[in-house]
Design a protein around this ligand. Structure first.
Ligand code: DOR
Ligand code: ZN
Length: 349
């Protein structure tokens, strides 16, 4: 029997929409269309574009492109390689946070590790610093946070050791939050063997024991973030496959299916996909924004996706939780697989 539920518009603080620079992978229109199809009404875009968003000028160019294209609300994180501190005060009121890469990933924007402390000192105000910080750099993160206790969000925590670090830091009273991706909650290194390069992302998929630890300590995980990282099939099948998997259209069905299986409660789901990201990144929730979701089972298929990438590591899975309608500020912007909003009607945060 068909059953529908209503949820608040979801908020994803971690997506890579590739615009400008790599719009064959994704662009602002296709990426925000994928967001609506997945039940997101707000996304926050990462700065690792081909030309990284490390100056006001590049940020303004990106904003100008987004302004005419987006169909949901969007905010932007600023980037740094540790050499653009004079730009920080110029952009602070135009961004949601500062992203810092401490490990290798797409774009290769890893910083010189001794620069981290100076970055923390230079970042003005209260907006979060988001870290790509895998297990090997946890000592550096801890000492930096102890010296300069600024709000820090650890992205895509994927292992027992990484989550144990976050738990310890939280218990020590440090201003730290963390996100976990759906691929780390629903895929393991065993799936990586089957998926080949389509299962390559950073951080890598981990053994079952790590995944079990994440599920057992869900209370410490503030945010489920998709880390939507679209790359074309051809690139993934090529000689130098880039890291990353698309995730905007599969995260909610995966989480609602987990809820149906008793792995988390509805309250936890809403907290991690809406309430906590809103609080951490300062998004004001809107009462007239909601999504309607069918709890009938459906199969994830590549050809039904809005993302230009056109593939998902979860294709073939039968899940509940298909978004049937998205209402943004009282307007129906998505219904039965169709984006109804006109490009540019989303807001820039
Ligand atoms: O797998 C990933 N892909 N991890 C990241 O940290 C970056 C992302 C991308 O930009 O493709
Ligand atoms: Zn990412």
């Amino acid at each position: 029997m068909s059953k529908n539920i209503t949820l608040p518009g979801l908020i994803d603080p971690h997506v890579h929409l590739r615009d400008p620079g790599q719009t064959t992978k994704e662009d602002f229109l296709s990426g925000t269309s994928a967001a609506l199809a997945g039940g997101y009404t707000t996304v926050m875009d990462m700065p690792n574009n081909v030309e990284p968003i490390t100056t006001l000028e590049r940020l303004e160019a990106k904003l100008a492109g987004a302004r005419t294209q987006v169909v949901c609300d969007i905010g932007f994180h600023f980037g740094t390689l540790g050499d653009n501190f004079e730009e920080f005060p110029k952009v602070i009121n135009k961004v949601m946070g500062l992203k810092v890469y401490l490990n290798v990933t797409t774009g290769n924007y890893i910083i010189d590790k001794p620069r981290l402390l100076d970055i923390y000192k230079a970042w003005p105000g209260q907006k979060p610093i988001l870290l790509h910080a895998e297990d090997d750099v946890s000592d550096l993160v801890l000492s930096t946070l102890q010296a300069v206790p600024k709000a820090t969000h650890i992205c895509h925590v994927s292992s027992q050791a990484e989550l144990e670090f976050v738990i310890k830091a939280k218990e020590a009273g440090l201003p730290i939050t963390c996100g976990v991706t759906p691929h780390h909650l629903f895929l393991t290194d065993k799936d990586a063997e089957r998926l080949g390069t389509f299962g390559h992302m950073k951080p890598f998929l981990k053994p079952q024991a790590d995944q079990d630890f994440l599920w057992q300590h869900l209370g410490y995980i503030d945010v489920i973030e998709s880390d939507h990282a679209p790359h074309t099939k051809a690139e993934k099948e090529g000689d130098t496959p880039p890291f990353g998997v698309p995730g905007l259209e599969t995260t909610l069905p995966l989480m609602l299916t987990a809820e149906a299986e008793g792995r988390l409660t509805r309250a936890q789901l809403v907290e991690k996909l809406h309430t906590n990201p809103a609080r951490i990144f300062g998004v004001t929730p809107d009462d007239a924004t909601r999504i309607e979701v069918s709890m009938d089972e459906h199969e994830i298929t590549n050809d039904a996706l809005q993302t230009k990438a056109g593939w998902s590591p979860f294709a073939g899975r039968k899940l509940v939780g298909k978004v049937t309608r998205v209402v943004l500020r009282s307007q129906t912007v998505f219904e039965n697989g169709q984006v109804l909003a006109s490009p540019g009607s989303g807001r820039i945060l």
